[in-house]
Design a protein around this ligand. Structure first.
Ligand SMILES: [Fe+2]
Ligand SMILES: [Fe+2]
Length: 194
């Protein structure tokens, strides 16, 4: 298979695996776009970056059913898929490590530039206007005040977790949108009490 055919097969797999919710195909498309944007400035192997972005969350539905860590599940499924598509072992190693270490909460640190780009691209989707939309989509029945707490506990700290300079600059731009939103929603929530 050509690289192009492998990429389009990866998209089919992503469409087949992913369901609705915060890690749907829309998330994958945005992470793919963010990763390509970062690659333009930072470099790295674009084929490996594309595969990592498309397949990084395919284990999500399995985590929802079994509780198994989706980063590990996605990395393992991807490794087998790429082997069956005769992708070279050095690309498989890069993609495996990138996907395995994309989840910050597991404390894993990406070992390659491609892994750092995936991690940054994924976190960028939790920032900016889309990041705000995803927080409220996550738990629709949660009181707004708890969503606001989540912004302070997690979202506004994300720029500090960026690995690449380009990712950091994009994160700073997008965290500004979140801060503007917080400033306004807090004023509006305050006025509700009066
Ligand atoms: Fe993930
Ligand atoms: Fe993701």
């Amino acid at each position: 298979m050509t690289e192009e055919e492998i990429i389009s097969s990866a998209w089919w797999v992503a469409h087949a695996f992913l369901d609705s919710g915060n890690h749907d195909i829309g998330h994958i498309k945005r992470v793919f776009r963010n990763a390509t944007l970062i690659w333009e400035k930072e470099g790295g192997n674009l084929f490996a970056i594309k595969l990592s972005a498309i397949l990084h969350d395919i284990g999500r539905p399995i985590e929802n059913l079994t509780g198994w860590d989706h980063a590990e599940v996605s990395a393992n499924i991807t490794k087998r898929l790429l082997k069956s598509w005769n992708v070279s072992s050095n690309i498989i190693d890069i993609v495996y490590d990138a996907i395995y270490s994309h989840r910050f909460s597991k404390g894993r640190i990406p070992q390659t530039l491609e892994g750092k780009i995936l991690s940054d691209a994924d976190k960028l989707d939790a920032l900016g206007a889309i990041g705000i939309a995803r927080v409220f989509k996550h738990a629709p029945n949660r009181p707004i005040e708890e969503d606001i707490n989540h912004f302070y506990e997690k979202i506004i700290k994300l720029p500090n977790l960026m690995y690449t300079e380009t990712g950091y600059n994009l994160a700073i731009e997008r965290v500004g949108v979140v801060e503007y939103f917080l400033e306004h929603i807090e004023k509006e929530l305050d006025s509700e009490d009066r």
